[in-house]
Design a protein around this ligand. Structure first.
Ligand SMILES: *Cc1c(COP(=O)(O)O)cnc(C)c1O
Length: 424
């Protein structure tokens, strides 16, 4: 199946007489005829459902669809993108471990890594995604357990050189984790470029309608944990909390990582989405391919319009020929990048705020990447906990306006921008 078809059909195959849409199994528990049968599930000897905190059929249908879209072997749904980012790393690293991350990532992920996970005893080194090979090499330590980056950084719109970072990670025997939220598997499949694990905030384009907060982690099934057994004891030595199961032995490369995330992290931390939310997410996924096409077409026109406007100082969109990432975007995102543009208006922070006040079609919202066109000033909202130096390192200047171009008629968006720019 092609991506467009997978959006509609992957993950769920109704049998004769079954519901055409995925069923919403809004149940916490599942009934069994005997204790022995249930015991097998608890021992991970048989697969099946017993408690929705660990697994639920509705959630699994959606996970299977996203795994198919990303070209992975297994996936787990989480209650938010933040939970996906946290689990993706915490499934591999603990106290005393070290992780390398691109400095150009979502503000919430930066805070999760630099503050909260550091407090849990995991050290992070943030590298410029365009750093030299020597700088990247120097970031690795003996206790490094993973490398993390974002395909298209929110909101810096840095295009991550996935292939290069994958090679560096693999040379040091660790996996590359890529947050593919902005590109979506319609525009980029990081696994094809060497990424081992892919995460998403499904809250963005995947849901696409401002309806549900959620996340997902997809495993490529390619990383050989056993070949680097000393680095990943959590996957390669017996788990005493699961009767001595060794995940990498029992579930192989294809299933070990996601099974461990389910059996340990979901069991103990419980960031599970509700089946109803996964159902709503699935509705969004069905139109993902057509929506991404429109988002990219609209954003391209809006970016070109802004670039030619006298009151606009700079425009950042990977689809503009003058953009720093134009060539790299052509490699990784040949069909378009995303609907998000950033730019600065003449007059700095004050002019930016006034411009935003005059907008009518574009709404001010702490959100991006959905059907509605919306705008945000990150320095005064999502990124406000960062210092000026940290903001600049993350590629987010104080004058930056983030415009998320929706799928309305592009002329309505252009007219709105025209009148708001005229008003300042
Ligand atoms: C929004 C976002 C997140 C966090 O996701 P939530 O669903 O809001 O928890 C992580 N990564 C990226 C790139 C995002 O845009």
């Amino acid at each position: 199946m092609r991506q467009e078809t997978k959006c509609i059909q992957a993950g769920y195959e109704p049998k004769n007489g079954e519901s055409r849409m995925i069923p919403i199994v809004q149940s916490t528990t599942f009934k069994y005829d005997s204790s022995e049968e249930m015991g097998k599930l608890f021992d991970l000897e048989a697969s099946g459902y017993f408690y929705t905190r660990l697994q639920n059929p509705t959630n699994d249908y959606v996970a299977a669809k996203i795994a198919a879209l990303e070209g992975g072997t297994a996936a787990i749904m989480t209650s938010s993108g933040q939970a996906a980012s946290f689990y993706s790393v915490f499934n591999l690293a603990g106290v005393g471990d070290h992780v390398i991350s691109s400095a150009s990532i979502y503000g919430g992920t930066y805070n999760l890594f630099a503050v909260t996970m550091r407090r849990m005893g995991i050290e992070f080194t943030f590298v410029d995604p365009d750093c030299s090979d020597e700088e990247l090499e120097a970031a690795f330590r003996d206790n490094t357990k993973a490398v993390f980056g974002e395909t298209i950084a929110n909101p810096a719109l840095t295009v991550f050189d996935i292939e290069r970072f994958a090679k560096a990670a693999h040379a040091h025997g660790v996996p590359l984790i890529v947050d593919n939220t902005f590109a979506t598997p319609i525009n980029c499949r990081p696994i094809e470029w060497g990424a081992d694990i892919v995460t998403h905030s499904t809250t963005k384009y995947m849901d696409g309608h401002d309806a549900t907060v959620g996340g997902v982690i997809v495993d490529s099934g390619r990383f050989d944990w056993m070949a680097h057994a000393d680095k990943f004891p959590g996957l390669t030595t017996p788990d005493e909390s699961y009767h001595g199961i060794t995940y990498a032995e029992r579930f192989g490369k294809e299933g070990a990582y996601i099974t461990k995330a389910t059996a340990q992290l979901m069991r103990d931390l419980g960031s599970i989405p509700s089946p109803m939310n996964c159902y709503l997410l699935n509705l969004g996924l069905e139109s993902l391919a057509v929506r991404m096409e429109r988002h990219c077409a609209n954003a391209q026109k809006v970016a070109e319009f802004l670039e030619g406007h006298e009151k606009v100082v700079w425009v950042n969109y990977p689809g503009l020929p003058g953009n720093k990432y134009y060539e790299r975007a052509k490699k990784y995102l040949p069909n378009g990048s995303c609907g998000v543009i950033s730019f600065g208006v003449r007059g700095g922070r004050k002019a930016a705020e006034e411009f935003m006040r005059h907008l009518k079609v574009a709404m001010i919202a702490t959100h991006v990447a959905d059907a509605h066109t919306c705008v945000l000033h990150p320095a005064s909202s999502t990124h406000r906990q960062m210092s000026d130096e940290e903001l600049l390192a993350a590629g987010v200047g104080p004058d930056l306006i983030r415009l998320s171009v929706g799928i309305e008629h592009v002329d309505d968006i252009l007219e709105d921008l025209t009148q708001a720019l005229a008003a300042i």
